[in-house]
Design a protein around this ligand. Structure first.
Ligand code: AMP
Length: 219
């Protein structure tokens, strides 16, 4: 089973790589951030609880997140595998995920760890535009697109996420360092972590992930 975790701070390109790998290997991309944004857009109870925390760059409580991931992994669409992006983000979530995997007989094949320095992440995120319809991500620095421009894929006006302002990005990075980075140790100990320099060009990152997975015997 192709079960891959994409791990790393916000803004390192996990979502972009997940979309590519998900298409290439025909496995669903489960992004907990996207699931929460759908819940917010749909006005569900989870969405109402999560919105203020997300806008402030805080983590949504573990029990809510664990239930969301448990439900996502219950779906028949993950039978052949999946890419999990944005989870786990705390040691408690990592423990819960291991328990869910054990219960379902899933073996996490590898944890791809994306690495980039803080200033590069701040630059990337504060110029990031995304499509609220299909989730595609664009950069306002490298092209003529700006907030409100039609998505080149589907025409929906592009937006800057409320949590991509510089101040909130810096806060999200602090939350990452304090709460999420310790999770890496958990996967290092299990011998599952594969490290990748996320500052390389997008195609090079994809290629490197695939060769790391080949070397690890996953592909
Ligand atoms: P992302 O799109 O992955 O950057 O997630 C956006 C926001 O959703 C985060 O800043 C958190 O507020 C929330 N979120 C997503 N995944 C998790 C998680 N595993 N645990 C807690 N909060 C999460």
């Amino acid at each position: 089973m192709f079960s891959l975790l994409l791990f790393g701070p916000p803004g390192v390109g996990k979502g972009t790589q997940a979309k590519r790998l998900s298409e290439e290997f025909s496995v669903p991309h489960i992004s907990t951030g996207d699931l929460l944004r759908h819940a917010v857009a749909g006005g569900t109870e989870v969405g109402r609880k999560a919105k203020a925390l997300m806008d402030a760059g805080q983590l949504v409580p573990d029990d809510v997140m664990i239930q969301i991931v448990r439900d996502a992994l219950d779906s028949p669409s993950v039978a052949q595998g999946f890419l999990l992006d944005g989870f786990p983000r705390t040691p408690e979530q990592a423990e819960a995920l291991s328990a869910i995997f054990k219960q379902k007989g899933i073996k996490a094949c590898r944890v791809i760890t994306f690495e980039a320095d803080t200033e590069e992440i701040v630059r990337r995120l504060s110029s990031r535009l995304s499509c609220p319809n299909d989730g595609f991500i664009f950069n306002s620095r490298t092209g003529s697109l700006k907030a409100g421009s039609p998505c080149p894929e589907c025409g929906t006006p592009l937006v800057q996420r409320a949590d991509d302002s510089e101040e909130t990005v810096r806060h999200r990075l602090t939350v990452y360092a304090n709460k999420t980075a310790p999770v890496l140790e958990y996967y290092e100990k299990a011998g599952l972590a594969l490290h990748i320099d996320a500052t390389m060009p997008i195609d090079k990152v994809t290629e490197t992930i695939k060769s790391l997975l080949k070397e690890a015997g996953v592909l």
